[in-house]
Design a protein around this ligand. Structure first.
Ligand SMILES: Nc1ncnc2c1ncn2[C@@H]1O[C@H](COP(=O)(O)OP(=O)(O)OP(=O)(O)O)[C@@H](O)[C@H]1O
Ligand SMILES: [Mg+2]
Length: 377
């Protein structure tokens, strides 16, 4: 009989996780919080779907609880600089419970001055009056909003932690890089605010923070997020399934986690797929079947990822090779007359592969299976 699924913690996969759904990452959270609390800004870099947003939100939650001023903004979600500026202002104001009131004014000066609490803020930060003024250019407003973050905090004598998620997306507002210079100079002068910048390798985070001639080099501590710990995942998968009356042998869980390398997103997706499979078939899927199900669910993601690199034969050759062998890359490269080091630099920069003890491997274990399966099919 098919059981109607209850709404459960394991049913959604893809959105950032919070609360009970958020597992592990204790050490990382502690480290980030320590840096931020000592006035050191942090950059959180990881490949896609490693849990950057979830961890960022968790860190912000803990800091808020510890009485810091906090704010979180997803740069990706803002279509233009004006919207971003407005969000910065309203997230800062949220620390005084003024976000709603600010939104209601829709930037009207009369409305702003009507609300006594907002009026008091405006008196200290006059630029707020120019936010809807067409004669004030958006760069001035943006730059003022960055100063507002720190000004607001220091006025209340509180430390502020401001998180910019998908920070690499900042460049979409300005290809020349002026925005980054502006950020740099503003941050350097701020003493009540520390920043948490998150983003994926693909989104130029490397160029912005890691290269030693990058604009933010040494300005923020870089933390690279890895896979989840196996024992935490193991316990999570076993107890979640158990709470739904599904018993799964420990060895099978370990095998699955090992195949998926502790990748947070895929392990959650696997859990969801096992649950669904069990509901339909009244038996557990094998590890291969789970991976097959993941490939079906995420097929278009792999196709798109492949499409993005397929025009570069050097990259595709190297990826095909790594999907099959952990060594022998340079021999293959010289036989095919391709520049392996150049390909490796590009692929690591994009967050697709990383160096292992004896060669290179994929960050995304299922992409590896997919390439292997599709290309050699
Ligand atoms: N700490 C965690 N505990 C449980 N699940 C997690 C955790 N981190 C990530 N996940 C799983 O991975 C998915 C993606 O998480 P999240 O959106 O935080 O990653 P991201 O790195 O910000 O992704 P993107 O690159 O798409 O922005 C979540 O939906 C969840 O299933
Ligand atoms: Mg994210």
């Amino acid at each position: 009989m098919y059981h109607t699924p209850k709404r459960t913690v394991m049913m959604q996969v893809g959105k950032p996780v919070t609360g009970k759904e958020f597992i592990g990452r204790q050490k990382e959270a502690r480290e980030i919080i320590q840096y931020l609390s000592m006035g050191q800004s942090v950059v959180l870099i990881a490949p896609r779907r490693f849990g950057k947003t979830s961890l960022t939100l968790e860190v912000i939650r803990q800091l808020k609880q510890a009485n810091n001023y906090t704010a979180y903004i997803d740069v990706f979600a803002h279509a233009n600089l004006k919207m971003l500026t407005e969000s910065i202002v309203s997230e800062v104001l949220d620390n005084n419970g003024l976000k709603k009131a600010y939104h209601k004014t829709k930037g009207s000066i009369t409305q702003l001055m009507k609300n006594l609490k907002l009026k008091a803020v405006v008196e200290d930060f006059e630029f707020l009056l120019g936010m809807e003024d067409k004669t004030v250019d958006e760069w001035t407003n943006f730059s003022d909003s960055l100063k507002f973050i720190n000004g607001f905090a220091s006025k209340s004598n509180k430390p502020m932690v401001f998180a910019f998620d998908e920070f690499g997306d900042m460049l979409k507002y300005d290809k020349s890089g002026e925005i980054i210079k502006l950020f740099r100079s503003v941050i350097q002068k701020q003493d009540s605010t520390t920043y948490l910048f998150s983003g994926s390798y693909e989104s130029v985070m490397n160029e912005l923070f890691v290269d030693n001639n990058s604009p933010f080099y040494r300005l923020a501590r870089v933390i690279k997020l890895g896979y989840l710990e196996y024992d935490i995942l193991e316990k999570h998968i076993i107890t979640t399934l158990k709470s739904h009356g599904i018993a799964i042998p420990q060895a099978q869980v370990i095998d699955l986690i090992t195949q998926l390398k502790g990748h947070p997103y895929y392990c959650q997706l696997a859990l969801q797929q096992i649950y669904l499979f069990y509901n339909w078939n009244r038996k557990l899927p094998s590890t291969d079947e789970v991976i097959e199900l993941i490939i079906q669910v995420d097929g278009s993601y792999f196709e798109k990822t492949w499409e993005n690199i397929s025009s570069n034969k050097e990259l595709t050759k190297v990826l095909k090779h790594i999907s099959q062998n952990s060594h022998g890359l340079y021999r293959m490269a010289s036989e095919n007359k391709i520049n392996a080091s150049r390909a490796i630099t590009q692929l690591t920069g994009k967050g697709i592969i990383y160096k292992t003890e004896n060669g290179y491997d994929f960050y995304d274990p299922v992409l590896k299976f997919w390439i292997h399966k599709t290309i050699y099919a």
